[in-house]
Design a protein around this ligand. Structure first.
Ligand code: FES
Length: 166
């Protein structure tokens, strides 16, 4: 199981303190610290809204959406708010279409892969062999923070902007 998931979160360092997430990517024991980033206000992520943001580096295109039903890794009162990178894990094409109503990302414009946003971004149609990269979220005082990633977006390496000690 190469390059697979898990990133662990971590810590709110008290009121007003910095949030830090420890990212671990299953390539040996490599890991790096990611800074948590405020990406949206809870009130901005209504049912059907898709809010784009960048995390953890400027070139990464990601989105957050509220699906309206519980989702793996979801946050919020109903556990239905999730975030993913738009990079297709097959060959890296940016996937534009977020179908919130049905809970899918895709189909990818390159080779038609489609991913289930309520089940951790698992592929349900197409050629990709890995899940979408899910972004770990935390809500603090009505603000949603990105606090880690579950793997690396297509084409990214731990050394490219994933700042921190390796
Ligand atoms: Fe998305 Fe091939 S790049 S399916």
């Amino acid at each position: 199981m190469a390059r697979r998931r898990f990133i662990r979160t971590v810590a709110a360092a008290g009121a007003g303190g910095a949030l830090v997430a420890e990212a671990k990517v299953a390539r040996g024991d490599e890991s790096c610290d990611l800074e948590a980033v405020a990406i949206a206000e809870l009130s901005d992520v209504g049912l059907g809204n898709v809010v784009d943001f960048e995390y953890p580096i400027g070139s990464d295109s990601a989105f957050i959406a509220r699906l309206g039903r519980p989702a793996l890794g979801g946050v919020g009162e109903d556990g239905d708010i999730v975030a993913f990178h738009r990079a297709c894990p097959h060959m890296g094409c940016r996937i534009e279409e977020v179908n919130v109503q049905d809970g899918f990302l895709g189909p990818c414009g390159c080779h038609r892969s489609q991913f289930d946003l309520s089940r951790g971004g698992i592929q349900v149609v197409g050629r990709a062999s890995q899940n979408l990269v899910q972004i770990d979220l935390e809500i603090i005082d009505g603000t949603i923070y990105a606090v880690g990633v579950q793997g690396l977006p297509y084409g990214q390496a731990l050394t490219q902007g994933y700042a921190g000690e390796l």
